[in-house]
Ligand binder design. Sequence first.
Ligand SMILES: [Fe+2]
Length: 381
Amino acid sequence: MIYKDPLYGPWVLPTYLKELLHTKETLRTRGIAQASSPAHLLTFVARNRVQHGLGVARLMAEVVKHNRCDLDEELMVSSAFLHDFGNTPFSHLCEDFLQEMIGKNGETFLENILDCSETEKVLAGFGVASRDVVKIVAGQAKPMSDVLNGDIDVDNLDNILGFNKFAAVEAPAYDALGIAGSFRFMDGHWLLLGDCYADVQKWQIARRAAYMDVVYSSPHYNGISMLYRAVELALYEGEISPEFFRFSDIEAISYLMTCNPRTIELVDKMSRWKWYPEVASWEIKEPSRFVAKIAACTHRRRKLLDEICGTLGIAPEKICLAMQRGVETKRIKTPFLVECGRKLQGTKFERPPLRVRVFVSPEWQFKKPEIEAIISNNFHI
Ligand SMILES: [Fe+2]
């Protein structure tokens, strides 16, 4: 089978990858968008997680081509293809809840998805154990797994290139295949050939553009904050079971529309693009330990929202809080190999701020000063 990849051109798929395309798990993953919202509800075009997986597999094949002595092709390319199969519906958006319910993230949940699955049988047919795939995907087979789950990896190289192309983000295009072909495993560590340094810098600019111009931007962030709150309120009501995390995006939206009235209202409004406006926001470069703890804990964030709702008389479905450390820049620790064996360490890096943003239903916008006061008092800012 020749797969016409929109980013890298035609690719004759290896037999093992072709077989993986037919499984039930691949079918499910086709229904999960490369964004935190179902594809049909986005304001931009996004690939699905199988299309992204094929792109990552293509880049991994390029890595393997230059490191055949150290890498098992079937294991590494299959892991690249399957790396997002453990994603919950709405991708990373539901990971907090997955963690809360079963103590796993989108990478380690792959173990549950693959257990006794069609995919596991196909993997076994060409001599790959699913537990080894999970270790590579979850970054537990260091240093080898760093090429898929590290500071610069084939997952993110494909993710940003594809995201920017389809979402029409204005950012430099970089040579992802060229960077993938520059990875070298030497003396037990990954290195990048110095020739790709300029393209890595372009990737960093492109990554920042993807997050700042679309992911953290209005209306995308407003919409996903509403969806997050909708799932959270369903969880409150005991309506989310572990089975929910195995749904595709559309199955999850359909299910949420059968939940409690507050969740239904949020999903319905978000689906109709009736996004809540942002009423308050903060960017905190050096958050105190107290604020960082709230950001990291779903219970503490919920408590803060409950306090706002209780004090101001706002119904829980009328307000959403997003609190997240940005990921638009990454510190690259992988060294670049330049002339005469000299190594150049990483690239420039500035840690992104913690962003706090509040969205409310339009009829409650007049409460902006009180909402700001409660959050400022809580955070001592
Ligand atoms: Fe990915």
